[in-house]
Ligand binder design. Structure first.
Ligand SMILES: [Zn+2]
Length: 372
């Protein structure tokens, strides 16, 4: 029998009114009662989103993000608990297990002020929604891959918690949980953390995947995600690892030098729908996958190269297409080899025409060899 998990949830407010939520999974963790004493002034309001008439995409315009914290010195880390550094941080308490708070420099926020008119012929809207930071551990020097399965399971529960709560907001159309790791990806803070974006619209790539899934379902009566998983499992040449409830594979038409999809065996639309056994197995399986990714590239000196990556949860939008959507995690990296990055240059950035020089089957074979 599995021991019952207790995750204590403590909701509080930061000095400017932003919400902070502590998720503590350590038995007898002290109560999180510290008050944010900083003088932060007014919280940042939402900017606006502009409609791109050429493509139909929306673009968030958030000028205040120019002033956001960029690679601060170690003792001014805003994600460490207060008291560890030389200045009060975004987390008033002296410690935490996992903590979530609203981003101080949000691309989307629940407070709208921007009521300016769009010029004739153009469309815009308030950038309503929410952007949150998820700190995976209070240990500044750690990484996601170094977390215990117990802690990763808590993070999975946190992602599900945020998906359910933010998705219930009538202003929110889609909830996206992701992690950027490594300066090569554009990370501006080294402390291990991810983010949750709650968008007021369904973003372009999510909308594209939904359109394909809707067409597939209308034609076959089946889920596109389920058919792809079945095809990969039957073929096997791109499968990286399989556990009781999950399979990881390199997609047939992978775009990135290193790209793996991790999909549940059961048809579920989102993280909220995962049961206890699937969440526990995800924690173990994802850690195993991240371990192999961190051993994929080896330096000239024979040392493994920590992989810069983006981990992106694809789940059903909050209100549309839920019956045809199927959850999966996409992990991707721009690192082609030690010190060699793939740039999204002319073909990719200009025309959206992707070119890759790595064969997905070779990547999968290498990731299988890296099993412990
Ligand atoms: Zn830190």
């Amino acid at each position: 029998m599995r021991a019952t998990r207790e995750v204590r949830r403590t909701v509080a407010r930061l000095a400017d009114g932003r919400q902070i939520i502590y998720f503590d999974d350590t038995p007898d963790a002290p109560a999180r009662t510290a008050v944010d004493t900083r003088d932060l002034g007014e919280r940042a309001a939402a900017g606006h989103i502009r409609h791109d008439a050429l493509t139909g995409d929306w673009v968030a315009v958030a000028g205040h993000r120019m002033h956001r914290t960029f690679l601060p010195p170690r003792d001014e880390c805003p994600l460490c608990p207060t008291g560890r550094g030389s200045v009060p941080s975004e987390v008033p308490d002296a410690d935490y297990d996992v903590v979530v708070f609203e981003n101080r420099f949000p691309s989307y926020a629940p407070v709208a002020v921007d009521n300016v008119e769009a010029p004739p012929g153009y469309l815009h809207a308030p950038a309503l929604g929410r952007t949150e930071v998820v700190c995976f551990t209070s240990d500044h020097e750690s990484t996601f891959a170094a977390l215990t399965p117990h802690r990763v399971r808590t993070v999975v529960d946190v992602w599900a918690d945020r998906t359910a709560e933010l998705g219930a907001d009538p202003d929110v159309a889609h909830v996206f949980c992701f992690e950027n790791r490594g300066q090569e990806i554009g990370v501006t803070l080294h402390h291990p953390h991810g983010q949750v974006y709650a968008y007021p619209y369904v973003p372009a790539r999510t909308a594209e995947i939904l359109t394909r899934a809707t067409e597939h379902h209308a034609r076959t009566g089946r889920l596109l995600g389920a058919d792809l998983l079945a095809a990969e499992r039957a073929d096997g040449s791109r499968v990286v690892l399989t556990s009781e409830h999950w399979t990881a594979y390199v997609p047939y038409a992978a775009r990135w030098p290193l790209e793996v999809h991790l999909a549940p065996h059961r048809d579920v639309p989102d993280l909220v729908a995962l049961d206890d056994a699937e969440r526990d197995d995800l924690a173990a399986t994802y850690l195993e996958l991240l371990g192999r990714l961190d051993r994929f590239h080896v330096s000239d000196g024979g040392e493994p190269v920590a992989l810069p990556y983006i981990a992106a949860w694809h789940q059903a939008p909050a209100r549309t297409g839920r019956e045809v959507s199927r959850l999966f995690l996409q992990v991707m990296s721009v690192l082609r080899g030690p010190g060699r990055l793939k740039y999204l240059a002319g073909s990719e950035s200009g025309a959206g025409g992707w070119v890759t020089d790595t064969r997905p089957e070779a990547v999968a074979a290498r990731l299988r060899e890296l099993a412990p």
